[in-house]
Design a protein around this ligand. Structure first.
Ligand code: NAP
Length: 297
């Protein structure tokens, strides 16, 4: 009999991933979500809602999860009624959340005491990537465990890369976040410079996007900034959660991260103004306040 699969955490990301898994591999999965009503649409399509993470773990050889932050993963796995209480020897837990690399290693060790295995497998590609099944997945852990679960991950991941032992997936995800926010700051500065210089912003974008300065952030968020459309693909609050993880890891490594630290504090200023639920490209508002120049003036 094939292994039973369970999915914990049906938020913006988990919802799209679980839907792809059910469509492309098997509708007969187990699901659990803290807000139980979110499991209903999955149950209607053939999934079974578990009463708790422990109950799900008692049924499943492969347990996937995607929840918000480090304390949330700890609660779902190690807390009362958590995965650890129900897990079977030989079962494999795959964490798609973005959380602390250090906590990740500790969670893996606790699971190992019960004879269970663990992969950290954070994702990149946004809610669009989860819904379309085109995520990038960076995986830390035993490569043999990745091969066991690869057909599952392929239902929602386009690029699946093994990057080292447990914790390495989270470290690579933090690299991803450094690249994202520093590039975002560059996009903001470039556009404000264009505005101050009296340039046409659309033409400027068109002129530089195809050259060496081109990037995903410039192509996708540049036009949104020009239109002053602050709807989130990824909120400032969640972005800050990731930058906090980056700066904590850098502190442990004794590494100065000047540009990332600067972006962290610019976002903090925006959070203090109540803008944490806006998209991360609203970073430009912090620079607008400093310069007294506004895009689109
Ligand atoms: P989200 O929509 O806010 O969903 C969060 C999920 O976690 C919900 O299912 C929520 O349950 C659950 N949860 C939170 N705290 C919990 C707790 N203490 N116990 C049990 N369940 C808990 O967030 P998301 O955008 O899907 O993000 C999930 C993870 O993916 C985060 O680590 C994020 O950084 C990462 N990520 C997000 C994106 C993106 O573009 N959104 C891209 C890449 C990676 P309820 O339904 O009960 O609230």
């Amino acid at each position: 009999m094939p292994e039973q699969i369970g999915f914990i955490g049906l938020g913006i990301m988990g919802r799209g991933m679980a839907a792809n898994l059910m469509q492309k591999l098997t509708p007969g999965i187990w699901v659990w979500n803290r807000t139980a009503s979110r499991t209903e649409e999955f149950a209607a399509q053939g999934a079974t809602a578990a009463a708790s993470p422990a109950a799900l773990a008692a049924e499943c050889g492969i347990i996937l999860l995607c929840v918000s932050d480090t304390p949330d993963v700890e609660q779902v796995i190690l807390g009362p009624g958590g995965v650890l209480e129900g897990i079977q020897p030989g079962a494999l837990v795959i964490d798609h959340s973005t959380i602390s690399p250090r906590a990740t290693r500790e969670i893996a060790a606790r699971l190992a005491e019960k004879g269970a295995h663990f992969l950290d497998a954070p994702v990149s590609g946004g809610s669009e990537g989860a819904a379309r099944g085109t995520l990038s997945i960076m995986v830390g852990g035993d490569p043999a465990h990745l091969e066991r679960v690869r057909p599952v991950l392929e239902t929602y991941g386009k690029t699946i890369t093994h990057v080292g032992p447990v914790g390495s997936g989270q470290m690579v995800k933090l690299v991803n976040q450094i690249l994202v926010v520093v590039n975002e700051l560059a996009v903001c500065e470039g556009l404000l410079f264009a505005q101050a210089g009296g340039l046409d912003l659309e033409q400027t974008l068109a002129a530089v996007s195809g050259g060496a300065a081109g990037s995903w952030m410039l192509a996708n968020r540049g036009p949104q900034m020009i239109r002053r459309d602050w709807r989130p693909g990824f909120t400032i609050d969640l972005q800050q959660k990731d930058l906090r993880l980056v700066l904590e890891a850098a502190d442990e490594l004794g590494l100065p991260l000047l540009a990332t630290g600067m972006v962290f504090h610019l976002y903090r200023a925006l959070q203090r103004q109540g803008l944490g639920s806006e998209g991360n490209h609203a970073l430009v508002k912090a620079l607008e306040q400093l310069s007294g120049i506004q895009l689109g003036d």
